[in-house]
Design a binder for this molecule. Sequence first.
Ligand SMILES: Cc1cc2nc3c(=O)[nH]c(=O)nc-3n(C[C@H](O)[C@H](O)[C@H](O)COP(=O)(O)OP(=O)(O)OC[C@H]3O[C@@H](n4cnc5c(N)ncnc54)[C@H](O)[C@@H]3O)c2cc1C
Length: 383
Amino acid sequence: MSNPIPYLSPWMNEELLMFRKTAKRFVQEEFLPHEPRWREQHRPDAEAWTKAGETGLLLTDVPEEYGGGGGTFAHETVVMEELAYAGVNFGSGVHSIVAHYVLSYGTEEQKKSWLPRMAAGELVGAIAMSEPAAGSDLQGIKTFARREGDDYIINGSKTFITNGWHASLICLAVKTDAQAGAKGISLVMVESKGLKGYRVGRSLEKVGMHAQDTCELFFDDVRVPASNLLGSTEGRGFYQMMEQLPYERLTVGVAAVAVTEKAVEITIRYVKDRQAFGKKLIDFQNTRFKLAECKTEAHIGRVFLDNCIQRLMDNQLDTATAAMSKYWLTDKQCAIIDECVQLHGGYGYMSEYPIARMWTDSRVQRIYAGTNEIMKELIARSL
Ligand SMILES: Cc1cc2nc3c(=O)[nH]c(=O)nc-3n(C[C@H](O)[C@H](O)[C@H](O)COP(=O)(O)OP(=O)(O)OC[C@H]3O[C@@H](n4cnc5c(N)ncnc54)[C@H](O)[C@@H]3O)c2cc1C
């Protein structure tokens, strides 16, 4: 299937066009046929990770010396777009986010140990910040890592964790000093397979994104080497998260624009086909005007996103602009897709229609990676 918008982003080039072909073929042939089953089981198959790794679709923007693709955020964008155009929920974006924490703050030994295995899909990354009583207000987390000799002993729980079931390398936000507020938060990497005291809870029943692996995680006297602390000193976790969140927020924006473009494309097709009162839906002026508005806004979103992608690649994407992209692009995504559902009539509410799934999948985009209200707080700080 072609790119739904006949517009070439300024960051696109010949090599990326070839890479898009590979990603598209892979998603269509290796993921899409299994996607209905993934929705039923609430997670992708474990082999999906190693297959994506073999095809070179994981850690595309991590240097080759650590097993990555040696590309840029443009490569990540291509993979996320192809997943979004196909309507496949796969947590490779979160996996990349974890890799970037390791890349930015890990020791040489940690990078060499974890990144090649992540690139191969042998290790699956998750980032575990949110807890039952602390989401937006991360300073309120309770999961605690107590130093004992050369180890940390970790106790606590996390919820809503993407890739939770398959996760084998968890970037875990913990308190290392209960009294120090934000300065008491650290990030500890947990290699979780077979780890005593570590338990994955149930797969959470979501209203959408059914194929995405979302779980609770429990830590009961879990012992990890103290050398798994990210960064050389305790208490840097909050700062590290703030530094990495623009990358995460832009990945949400990338998916928002791709899904929006796809929704407009399939709705245009639908209204050209469906008839009412003896004419095609597209022949009603309301339909044409609504879709003209949707297409215009989707295109404005694309141009803004492209600007943010370029700024990220140039190391110029500041916190406020990343927050603008996350909030605005996901608000628009939900509004436009809601309009597209309306233009589908009753069929727009039927799960077998892609537009219905886009509608339920989209809603969470305004909530995770920092709610859109928190994004406005961040933007407001720059006023
Ligand atoms: C499908 C899914 C996947 C997720 N994946 C992950 C993951 O991989 N890792 C992870 O750590 N977390 C993950 N999350 C958690 C997500 O990041 C949180 O749900 C989100 O940050 C909001 O936290 P909360 O749910 O505790 O809501 P709360 O913080 O309780 O917020 C409730 C409401 O209050 C508003 N609010 C809170 N504080 C303020 C304020 N200061 N000003 C104005 N309004 C405010 C919020 O905007 C929101 O509308 C995921 C969530 C979902 C649903």
